[in-house]
Design a protein around this ligand. Structure first.
Ligand code: PNS
Length: 169
């Protein structure tokens, strides 16, 4: 039986912290599906398709990693894809409470799927998609913290936001 895991998230956009978790998960499982979804608490900068394109390009070196998108409950998606585990990254104590809550709810919804937490690489412990977007918006450098393809997408997106603003839209 193939041991398949789902690594879900908003990935708005993917950072090198996410890539580190994906690489490590790909060593633990036969197959990892990186599943892009909408977090109802957040308003995204990128569409699901753009986020999937960035992830596919950044994960091209990992032959057992697939990129997909889903709507609805994570456990239903995991179950319908024959996954045995959900992988989550933990950066700091502040992540723990919410992740703990979600893991327990997901287990209540579907007992057969385990949530597996991987500790972040210390190098990326302060990194988040939100902080990347903020630094880039104000012209700071995020070089080395995001895959090169994400730099291109951010430049394009911010260029288009500026032209929309300049046009009064
Ligand atoms: O990267 P994020 O924003 O922390 O990812 C959160 C995400 C998308 C993994 C989470 O919101 C999620 O699992 N959404 C799917 C809906 C669902 O199953 N919610 C109940 C979780 S207990």
């Amino acid at each position: 039986m193939i041991k398949r895991a789902i690594y879900p998230g908003s990935f708005d956009p993917v950072t090198n912290g996410h890539i580190d978790i994906i690489e490590r998960a790909s060593n633990l499982f036969d197959e990892v599906i990186v599943a892009v979804s909408t977090n109802i608490e957040k308003s995204p900068m990128f569409t699901i398709d753009e986020r999937k394109e960035m992830l596919s390009s950044a994960c091209a070196h990992l032959s057992n990693v697939k990129v997909d998108g889903f709507n609805g409950l994570l456990v239903r998606y995991a179950e319908s894809n024959g996954a045995i585990a959900i992988v989550k990254g933990l950066r700091a104590l502040s992540d723990f409470e919410f992740e703990f809550e979600m893991a327990l709810m997901n287990r209540r919804l579907e007992r057969r799927i385990e949530t597996v937490f991987l500790m972040t690489n210390a190098e990326y412990s302060y990194l988040s998609s939100s902080i990347i977007k903020e630094v880039v918006k104000f012209g700071g450098s995020v070089s080395g913290l995001i895959p090169p393809i994400v730099e291109e997408y951010l430049a394009k997106k911010l260029g288009s936001i500026e032209s929309i603003t300049a046009a009064g839209g």
